[in-house]
Design a protein around this ligand. Structure first.
Ligand code: 21W
Length: 245
């Protein structure tokens, strides 16, 4: 993944990318993320990025020119880039979108907005996709860009390291994760389920699968419509239904 971020708050990104899995991936050059300060692409003394809305109304609108100049500087080749605007009115991202972006060979240029909106001509002439991370209101696009870069980067081979593969995740299996325990065996009167201490690997695998199905049925039943359940899954689901009644 090679990407660029255009923002008026570059420090937010520097802080996040200096730590953890992504910090290490950047150091190892498994991913490339370049952060551009939108104000560096203004031409006036006050480095102005916003202005009043035509037609009136509350809130300011981000000016188009700095975005055009910043994108041009980040990746001048039109065919070599995919410009994505973070927008609460965009298409909602899920794991399938993250996987699609992890296969993108062009540079991904993320545009982060602040204030009320970005001038519509940026969308018309510069933006390929508008994406949202969910139905809640943030104060700007920066956190959303971080969320997407994080979700996409961990799908790039080598980023997670070989001890954990992204394929083991709950969302690539399509159902929720099972409960996890570590030492001590009893904590505040709460014992670890006996089966996990048994050493019986077949029983452990079945217990985990059943608990994962239990949680998915309880919390996110709609996820089960999207995956193919095995004969064993159907047996575990009918056990869960019997336990319910
Ligand atoms: C929030 C900008 C609200 C503009 C309807 C009519 C990027 C985001 C953002 C922000 C408004 C994302 C209005 C999930 C998010 C983002 C800042 C417009 C006024 N609404 N994904 N008029 N949530 N948010 N509000 O907030 O830039 S992706």
């Amino acid at each position: 993944m090679k990407c660029d971020v255009i923002t008026i708050f570059p420090e937010i990104f520097h802080a996040y990318f200096s730590e953890g899995v992504l910090g290490r991936a950047l150091q190892r050059e498994l991913i490339e993320v370049r952060i551009h300060d939108l104000r560096d692409y203004t031409t006036d003394k006050h480095r102005t990025v916003d202005d009043y809305p035509y037609g009136g109304g509350a809130g300011m609108v981000m000016k188009p020119e700095p975005f055009f100049d910043a994108v041009e500087a980040a990746c001048p080749e039109r065919a070599g880039r995919r410009v994505i605007m973070l927008n609460p009115a965009g298409k909602k991202v899920d794991q399938d979108v993250a996987e699609e972006l992890s296969r993108e060979t062009r540079r991904i240029v993320f545009l982060c907005g602040r204030y009320e909106a970005i001038d519509e001509r940026v969308k018309i002439a510069l933006v390929d996709d508008e994406i949202s991370i969910g139905d809640y209101i943030l104060t700007g696009g920066e956190l959303a860009a971080l969320v997407i870069i994080d979700a996409v980067a961990r799908l790039i081979p080598g980023v997670l390291g070989d001890e954990r593969s992204a394929e083991e995740d709950s969302f690539s299996s399509g159902i929720l994760d099972y409960p996890h325990f570590t030492r001590p065996p009893v904590f505040m009167d709460m014992p670890v389920p006996e089966v996990l201490l048994s050493g019986n690997h077949r029983e452990i695998r079945l217990w985990r699968r059943k608990e994962a199905l239990r949680r998915t049925l309880e919390r996110r039943p709609e996820l089960l419509d999207r995956i193919r359940l095995s004969d064993e899954d159907y047996r575990l689901v009918s056990e869960l239904r019997r336990e319910e009644s």
